[in-house]
Design a protein around this ligand. Structure first.
Ligand code: MN
Length: 236
């Protein structure tokens, strides 16, 4: 297989309309030997065509997913909604799963992966979880501010080679009901889900933190992206 890694663009809809991706994702994929390609929102049939060309899908962070996709109304603490990004994410994630294309889903990406497969979200951690720790850090973006406990016998444990690691945190939403076919492979001490994986052996991994922002500060990050790109190169 080729090493084309599709990275989904977010959409700024105020004039001038723009598609954008934070450059850290591009750099992390390229550093691991992958070839990053950006995927802007477009018609579903075109997104399906793109899925025929790429070998891996990176679903980056972003604004809140519209909770209509898990049958809830918007919580008052919910943030910006990007309907174009929602649509791109859902089409591309479901299409990638159907084609056994490896997926790395980060932060919002992890949340949409769960919802795309039938799970749900906690729309606001601080108002819906008892005694949460801080998940919206006020520290440099590369700096780890909380610990996560990693499940044994998980893809994440094989990649990081540790039972606990410290990671950064930039989210106010979290996974609630876990989608069928997935399992939780990392949590913080307050019980918040920090990673999910497909229960079959494919590389389908969602992480709630931002590894791409920790590149150069945490040796595990290059291993994570290397595993992802290798899975993509090895084929579906
Ligand atoms: Mn967190």
């Amino acid at each position: 297989m080729n090493s084309l890694i599709g990275i989904i663009c977010s959409h700024q809809w105020e004039d001038p309309q723009r598609f954008y991706v934070n450059s850290a994702y591009v750099h992390a994929v390229a550093a691991a030997g992958g070839t990053p390609v950006l995927i802007p929102h477009q018609e579903e049939s075109q997104l399906e065509n793109i899925l025929e060309q790429i070998s891996g899908l990176l679903v980056p962070g972003g604004v809140d997913l519209d909770p209509i996709y898990f049958d809830q109304e918007l919580h008052p603490k919910s943030g910006i909604i990007d309907p174009w990004r929602d649509q791109s994410d859902l089409v591309l994630i479901r299409g990638a799963l159907a084609r056994s294309i490896p997926i790395l889903a980060i932060c919002r990406g992890c949340q949409v992966l769960n919802v795309a497969c039938g799970g749900s979200l906690i729309q606001d951690i601080e108002s819906q979880i008892r005694q949460p720790i801080k998940h919206r850090q006020e520290a440099p973006r590369w700096y780890p501010t909380h610990e996560i406990a990693i499940a044994a016998d998980s893809l994440l444990a094989r990649i990081y080679g540790a039972a606990t690691i410290r990671v950064n945190s930039f989210h106010h939403q979290a996974l609630d009901q876990i989608a069928p076919g997935f399992r939780v492979t990392a949590r913080t001490s307050d019980g918040v889900v920090e990673a999910i994986e497909s229960i079959d052996n494919r590389f389908v991994l969602g992480v709630q933190w931002h590894p791409e922002l920790m590149a150069g500060h945490d040796p595990g990050v290059s291993k994570l992206f290397a595993h992802f790109v290798a899975a993509a190169k090895n084929g579906r």
